[in-house]
Design a protein around this ligand. Sequence first.
Ligand SMILES: [Zn+2]
Length: 208
Amino acid sequence: MEGKSRSIPEVLESAIKLSGNIPLFGTRSASRLVYGLLKLPKEQALQTLRAIEEAVLNLRRCAKCGLLTTDETCYICKDPLRSKFQMCVVEESQDAFSIEKLGKYNGLYHILNGRIAPLEGISPSDLSIDKLFERIENLNVKELILATNPNIEGEATANYIAKLAKRQFKHLKITRISHGLQFGSMIENSDPLSLEGSFANRKTVEDT
Ligand SMILES: [Zn+2]
């Protein structure tokens, strides 16, 4: 095989390279994903990929809150029994789904679609903050619950929104989920009991 020192088949290299574009994935997770799929019986691997394809094709963001949904508006925004006076701000849909699983919260959500991360070039204007303020105003929200992740970027994002919201809405109560969750953890992966405690013991954000 003169001049052909390629050790990885091109199809494999390409699959790993493209999977590496998945946010927060990186090359290591990409290899694990692809090699893992190749370990499955072929039919099962294809079924998995088809399920992902279906999700990509059919899911969109709720026109109101930004939650992933198959309809124009998500089931939470559509539900007339949900309180319009509480709005829980989260980074991603999966955070809202984790809180929903607890079955304790009956207000609305707002999905920011990320967090402020200057090192990754993500600034406030990349997040759905203008839309959040529009909704607070239009729905006459009474309590804004900041449930961004309890890590440095999540805290910075919560502080940023709290400061702006305070300036704009004098009578809005702003609360932050407490550190029942370990600092540096992710809402998505936290155990339900800690998340429930953190949510129930949320603290009012004081003036800074
Ligand atoms: Zn919605």
